[in-house]
Structure formats: structure tokens, C-alpha cells
Design a protein around this ligand. Sequence first.
Ligand code: NAD
Length: 367
Amino acid sequence: MKPIIKTSRRDFIRTGSLGAGALVLGSALSSLALANPAKRLGIALVGLGGYSGGQLAPALQHTQNCYLAGIVTGTPAKAETWSKKYNIPQKNIYNYQNFDSIAHNPDIDIVYVVLPVSMHKEFTIRAANAGKHVICEKPMALNAADCREMVAACKQANKLLSIGYRLHFEPHTQEVMRLGQKQVFGKITKVDTANGFTYNGDPNAWRLKKALAGGGGLMDMGIYAIQGARYTLGQEPVAVKATQEKTRPDFFKEVDETVFWELKFPGGAKVTGKSSYNHDWGYLRATAEKGSFELEPAYGYGGLDGKVNGKPMQIHNIIQQAAQMDDFATCVTLNKTSRVPGEEGVKDMKVVDAIYRSLESGKWEKI
Ligand code: NAD
């Protein structure tokens, strides 16, 4: 998507992310839906937690190629609130048990899995088998082997699968991809990137349970930093060495707190990364032979910012999720592979798996 309207950081803050983003999206997205509004595709959100309620449902009020048509929840009270708030008819509301009967509902074209990580595989496969195209949130699954099964199941069912990698639709990120992959300032020699936040929430939350989350800060936040390095270089890493630090072992009993890694890429760039549930991090810094560029914040959805050779990027912020879901709806309509297909999730999870192996072995591990 090309930037259409430049919005300054001050405008962005004044209008809020939805206001400014809506302005941009309104004129920038595919003309598909505008040409035929009746063709907007129906999305059903599975799991009505923080991300669905705080980001995806609001973003779906600004999409042009898709709309919030249905919900899947285990909590009847949530079904009622959402139904009223978003005008969702009773026939488009499912629970986890009767979910498979969504197969007979022509209102739902796309199922968006927004559940704890351990449930991603099951619901992605059930959705594809019910004849629906699927968006699955990050991290794609507990490990790369599960991710591959998800890709295979969607292929078998002849359904498109995409991962909720919203940043691929975000203009600052797209600029970093262009500068890095096209080697605008020559070969990239160094990438340093970090993502994390200080976790002080419910000690019983699924994010702290290994069986439900797969891991801690690495799975949840580190996945962005791993991907940041991959899309800056436009290459796949071949090996990794990792270490970790735990300052609150009582809180992070089952999952990692802070993880540090170094990745080996074929081009020889020095690539370091870190993830944390105990530090507020969110940057990506790239050094090339003849210049440098950086993002900070680099991975959130509250507005990114960046510099190229020390000067502000001056790129507008958008509603990332609206752009992401609209793009997938267009892919479904045109039967075209998403730019963030399941295979992209497999690539990141292969790196995550190797980082956990390296934490165990204390050695470089092949990816
Ligand atoms: P959340 O805890 O707020 O919501 C999880 C939902 O799953 C809740 O509605 C909960 O009721 C439901 N659920 C069903 N079975 C459950 C079980 N056994 N245990 C716990 N909850 C259960 O989580 P969230 O922040 O909305 O995250 C959901 C997914 O979205 C995760 O994969 C997360 O990584 C992803 N996410 C992505 C982004 C992004 O920017 N792309 C941001 C936040 C979250």
C-alpha cells in the first residue's frame, strides 16, 4: 500500500490512531469494495480477549473489504455484549464446541484466530476444514512442526492462511524493508533490535503458562524482533546463539523472562536481538556501508517513528490491523497468496525453536 496522505506525528497524536488512520485508509485501500460494497467479506473473530476487543473489532469499523460478521466465544455474557455493540446477529455467534457448524454459514468467509497460542493450531485447522479462509495471530503455534501442520491443512482444504503480521502493511516498516532489502545505503553490516514490556499482570494468565503460551517474552515479543531482522535484510538466518536472564523467577516460573541472541545470516551482517517481559523495549537499528536507519517504536500499533541517517522519516501512521485485514480480504477475493502467509510464521518459529535449543545447549544451533 502506498502512503497517500502525510500525517505529522502531532496530527497523529491529536486525532488518535483511528482518526488519522481512517483518513489514510479511506483513500488508500483497494478499490475493490468501493466498486462493489455488497462484496465485503465477513470475518468471525475467535476469542474475544484484549486484542480482539481493543484492536481488531475497532479496526473492523474502518475496513472497506471486510466487516465483523461473527464471533466465537466461550463466554455467553461476552456474546451478548458484542452482539449489541457490533450488531452481530444470533445466527453468527458460536462457541468453541459448535464452532464447526460455521461451515454452513455463508456470512462468514474468514475466521480470525485470536486465542492463546496453544489453541492456534486446533482452531486454524478446524476453520479450514469448515471451508473458511484463516488469519491466525502470532506466534503462529507452539513450534515450527505445528506451524507446518497448519500450512498443510489449509493447503489440503484449499483455503488461504495468513498470520496476523500487521507490520507488513505499516508504512515505516515498509520503508525499512525497502532501505534494507534494496540496499539503498549499500550492504547492511549490522542490525540490533529489541522488543519487550514489563509484565506486571495476572500471575495466573495464560501468557505465563508454558503449555498455553509455548514460552514467554521470546514467543510473544521476540518474534517481532526476529522478524524485524529478517525483513531488514531480506534473508533467512542460518544459525543462532542465545542466553537468558531471569530476575523474577517466582513470577516467570514456567516461561522465559529476558532472552538475548545473535543470528548468523548468509550476508555476514552482525545481527543481535533481545526480548523481554521485564524491560520496555521496542527498537530496530540498522547500519549499512553508507548510511543507517532505525525505528523506535518499531513494533507496536500505537504509532511507529523512525529516522534515516539521523533525520526523521516523516511517514504517517495508519490503522495497521484494518490495512492487514483489508489486504487479506482482497487476497481471498482474488485467490492470491497473502504477503504474510503461513509459511512466514513457520520461518519465525524455526528461529524461535533454535533459540530455545541454544538456551538448552549453550551453543550455536542451526536453524
Ligand atoms: P487475551 O488473554 O486478552 O485473550 C485471549 C482470549 O482467549 C480470551 O477471550 C479468553 O477468554 C480466550 N480463551 C479461550 N480459551 C482460553 C484458555 N484456555 N485460557 C485462556 N484464555 C482462553 O489475549 P490477547 O492479548 O487477546 O492475545 C490473543 C492472541 O493475540 C495471542 O496469540 C497474542 O499473541 C495475539 N496478539 C497479537 C497482537 C498483535 O499486535 N498482533 C497483540 C496482542 C495479542
